[in-house]
Design a protein around this ligand. Sequence first.
Ligand code: FAD
Length: 317
Amino acid sequence: MKVTEHIKQANGKTLFSFEIIPPQKGQNIQELYSNIDPLMEFKPPFIDVTTSREEYVYIEKKGLLDRKITRMRPGTVGICASLKYKYDVDAIPHVLCGGFTKEETEYLLVDCHYLGLDNVMALRGDAMKHEKYFSATTEGNKYASELVTQIKNLNKGKYLNEIIETPHYSDFCIGVAGYPEKHLEAPSMDADLRRLKEKVDAGADYVVTQMFFDNKKYFDFVEKARSIGITVPIIPGIKPISIKRHLHILPQIFRLDVPEALISEVEKCSDNKDVRQVGVEWAIEQSKELIASGVPVVHFYSMGKSENIKSIASAVF
Ligand code: FAD
């Protein structure tokens, strides 16, 4: 079922959902299941599965280093299919512009359609690890808005090279990313919001936000989005801090602010076990306030670990 239908059916009740990261190549899917199992009691209507960018690896060959390009965490669509059939849940693959030609994207979307996946999350993707800036793949989509257009076209039977009249159209519900503290490359908040509007105008059905630690940033973002005519659901994304280093790496990666009160609580912790507890308590307070304000869903970034998400969900759902 589509995310928008889940929201409609919930009739004002806030839903619980989360995002997982595919395991590294060579690992067993059982570990993934054991992280998801404890969260299923909170009845997530959907689970997102990320897609990672390809990266360079160096392989030694006869004393020389050979540079190869590889994807360390493949399997997004396969994992979505396995979650759908194991848990009877809607699994949402993240589809990226970066690293894929439009044709590869078309094949991936056809796979998703055959597997009965009703939703896809359309994202540009970040720069590769060795790159300073994102560079679009040759023959690929440059911005998420272009990817949304490609998906929307497929929903109408418009493939890249032909129009196919068929009763078997895909009908993907499309999610896109939004940034309550502005995307790191955007020249201003207003400029970024105009880009978000372009994604919605191209056909996006809902928005999931980047993580934030201060709810006011989310509330202001939603207000501004509404004021420029973005009417689709805007789902807040929450990540509980779990290690002290998060105080430095999260602002560096995502250009977001950590509130003083949270910094001070984390700094008082003597080990990461205490930090996890602080992160859980902060996320509980954030979630309670978001739910009280009537958000459609609280979406958690699990980063492959379910223990802290379970503690938060137990307190608020
Ligand atoms: P876009 O919407 O294309 O925007 C990218 C930048 O370009 C913005 O600064 C925007 O303002 C600007 N822009 C947009 N259109 C134009 C235009 N026409 N002309 C000029 N500038 C323009 N990354 C992954 O690699 N894998 C994942 O699975 C993944 N999942 C995510 C899930 C969520 C909920 C979020 C919030 C992010 C996720 N990301 C993921 C990260 C995301 O790929 C990055 O934040 C990326 O840098 C931007 O993606 P986007 O889809 O927002 O890009």
